[in-house]
Design a protein. Structure first.
Length: 419
């Protein structure tokens, strides 16, 4: 216990002496830790920015629901895709309404199977006002709403008869409803979409914003109505499949995969001619795409930290020379070699950690500028912060060891004579 107390006392004394040595030469210390600060800053700012983007993607994907996945012709994202990949996807057969109906008949595990299509609507207007041209129009079936995690605020959702009868009705997102019906309840009113009148039957609960965009600025019509209005033959549909619970999610996905291969007559041994898109697959695709970026940043930062370490070693050697007489006095009054080594290694580590902390703070602030721009909550990559500060300590120990060893092995008598 006494030995442990002595160790802590020695470390505390070495730390205070290191702080004193750094503050005694402020300009030299600032220039020395600049390299460390740049190395750590470059790591933290990139990783913070990537975490902001990843958290935004996860937030957007949460609209699918944790137990929902999509069956579609194209991938959910195109991170790292080549021109050959695009051509392969375009050559695939469209996912048709017949495919999805057959899937509903063959697959028994899913809780809901819905159809979805995005249409290009340009003009939304009511007797009160017109909307901005950025409103999205979705074609859906009754099973799409629970799969999409869309909750009804007022009115009703689609029924199978709405879809089968190609009825001209629609459900509005909360933001759009508030915008084009500012002074009345939208349910029961009429809205013109590209000149065609639709009866508003329901309004959804608000979802908020993501990626700088509004998730409440869209309208939903029965998919059959949309296909009849905007064209039936050129579109590939998406199937929204909702598992009964998380435990059966993987089994449901495999059952759907097997059923779609049979429906689309994919030969055994050939790859799927469709995509199963889930929250996890999109996140993994994003991580795979950014892996090369992370490795590149780490390589550049490592070079910067090595260069900073060489600079720290040089400054520490100069410091040893300047403080030769001080070292001699310490040794003369009983300090051991170990005490001198701990003092100088601690000084190098503190120097690196000060630069590292400044780099971490600036990196977090810089990376979160992306969050401010996209109107997202800020992110702090705690694991990378800890890793960056640990690397700073390693750099301080590695490049401070030789100057500390040189200081500890100075001859006390010669050191006292040094002028």
């Amino acid at each position: 216990m006494k030995y442990r107390t002595n160790i802590f006392a020695e470390l505390r004394e070495s730390f205070s002496m290191a702080i004193g040595a750094i503050t005694a030469h402020k300009l030299r210390s600032a220039l020395t830790l600049l390299g460390v600060m740049i190395g750590v800053f470059s790591i933290i700012v990139v990783m913070t920015g990537m975490r902001v983007m990843q958290s935004n993607i996860e937030r957007q994907l949460s609209s699918l629901g944790s137990e929902t996945f999509m069956v579609r012709k194209f991938p959910g994202a195109y991170f790292g895709m080549s021109g050959g990949d695009y051509e392969k996807f375009w050559r695939r057969k469209n996912v048709t309404m017949t495919d999805i109906k057959k899937l509903s008949e063959r697959a028994h595990s899913p809780l809901n199977i819905g159809m979805e299509m995005n249409f290009r609507a340009n003009d939304f207007s009511t007797r009160f006002k017109n909307s901005v041209p950025s409103v999205r129009l979705y074609g859906e079936t009754a099973g799409s709403f629970p799969a999409r995690n869309w909750t009804l605020a007022e009115g009703r959702l689609f029924t199978d008869s709405d879809v089968d009868g190609e009825r001209k009705c629609c459900v509005l997102a909360n933001g759009l409803a508030t915008n084009i019906f500012p002074n009345c309840t939208p349910v029961g009113e009429e809205v013109k979409i590209d000149g065609i009148k639709y009866n508003v039957i329901g309004v959804l609960e608000p979802k908020g914003s993501a990626m700088g965009g509004d998730q409440d600025n869209f309208a939903v019509v029965p998919i059959t109505t949309g296909l009849k209005r905007y064209g039936r033959w050129w579109w590939s549909l998406n199937a929204l499949v909702q598992a009964r619970d998380r435990a059966s999610y993987d089994d449901t996905m495999e059952e759907v995969r097997a059923a779609m291969r049979v429906i689309r007559k994919v030969p055994p041994g050939k790859e799927d001619d469709f995509e199963l898109v889930s929250n996890n697959s999109m996140i993994e695709q994003f991580k795979s795409f950014t892996k090369a970026v992370r490795l590149g940043v780490m390589l550049v930062s490592s070079i910067a930290l090595i260069a900073a370490g060489v600079g720290i070693m040089n400054i520490m050697l100069v410091s040893v020379t300047e403080r030769t007489r001080e070292i001699g006095i310490r040794r003369a009054i009983g300090a051991k070699k170990r005490n001198v080594m701990v003092q100088f290694i601690m000084e190098a580590v503190v120097l690196c950690e000060v630069g590292g902390i400044i780099g971490v703070v600036l990196g977090i602030l810089g990376g979160n500028l992306l969050a401010v721009f996209m109107k997202l909550p800020p992110v702090i990559p705690v694991d990378w912060v800890c890793l960056g500060l640990a690397i700073c300590s390693v750099v301080g120990i590695v490049f401070g060891t030789y100057p500390a060893w040189k200081a500890a092995n100075l001859d006390p008598i010669e050191s006292l004579r040094y002028e």
